[in-house]
Design a protein around this ligand. Structure first.
Ligand SMILES: Nc1ncnc2c1ncn2[C@@H]1O[C@H](COP(=O)(O)OP(=O)(O)OP(=O)(O)O)[C@@H](O)[C@H]1O
Ligand SMILES: [Mg+2]
Length: 220
């Protein structure tokens, strides 16, 4: 599903990623752990095509057989919208839209017909226990509910991979636990692939594989 070789990232003189190699299979739940500043978010942004690899002849990134380095900006936006899903620490829902509308937006961008999108969005919200919250705006939802709306939004286009950066960092322990179980339920029921950056040891240990980042490299 994901094959990354020799990934480097520099910010000016700062060498943040120092040759990361990674191979992730379909249906795997991968956790990435490591000290603050190790480069976890940077790596996730690159794998998620939100940021660029610093030029290196031997670097390559393949996601679902697509060679990411060879896509134009326009192709990349389309690829990201159709094949990848994102969950962030702070849900990043749009405040002026309802839960249902927030979930629909990536599918509207993909130009899926409205009726089909709303049906799918409602199914997802129902599945996530939010059938009674379609019309609530983010400020009218609890933290755990907001994060579940973000999960539904990440899933609406049936992505090949979901990237999550500290998805439960902002939740109390019960809401975090529920969110973690949800990830594994989505994997078991739909074969969903996840790459999750987390400081939560419990979640990290539940993953199929735990990758440890130290100073810009994966060490185990
Ligand atoms: N846009 C940027 N410009 C310059 N330096 C950056 C930029 N983004 C990140 N860095 C630096 O790169 C290093 C890695 O940052 P990154 O956000 O990947 O760490 P992290 O492992 O996710 O840490 P945390 O656990 O605190 O989220 C840090 O030292 C950070 O200061
Ligand atoms: Mg980070």
């Amino acid at each position: 599903m994901i094959k990354a070789s020799n990934i480097h990232k520099n910010y000016g003189d700062l060498h943040v990623l120092k040759g990361v190699d990674l191979h992730i299979k379909k249906g795997e739940v991968i956790s990435i752990v490591g000290a603050s500043g190790a480069g976890k978010t940077t790596l996730l942004q690159i794998l998620g095509t939100l940021d660029h690899i610093t030029e290196s002849k031997e670097s390559s990134l393949f996601i679902n057989e697509s060679n990411i380095n060879q896509l134009s900006q326009k192709q990349l936006s389309k690829f990201r919208n159709e094949q990848l899903g994102f969950i962030f620490q702070f849900h990043q829902l749009l405040p002026e839209f309802t839960a249902l509308e927030n979930v629909c937006i990536p599918a509207f961008i993909k130009k899926t017909p409205k009726a089909e999108v709303e049906k799918r969005a409602k199914e997802l919200l129902d599945f996530l226990g939010l059938a009674h919250r379609y019309d609530h705006k983010p400020s009218e939802l609890s933290g755990g509910e907001q994060q579940r709306v973000a999960v539904a939004r990440a899933l609406v286009n049936n992505p090949k991979v979901i990237f999550a950066d500290e998805p439960s960092g902002n939740l109390d322990s019960e809401a975090a636990e529920n969110l973690h179980q949800l990830f594994f339920k989505l994997r078991d029921e739909f074969g969903q692939t996840f790459v999750i950056v987390t400081h939560n040891q419990e979640l990290a240990n539940m993953a199929d594989r735990k990758l440890v980042m130290v100073d810009g490299k994966i060490v185990g």
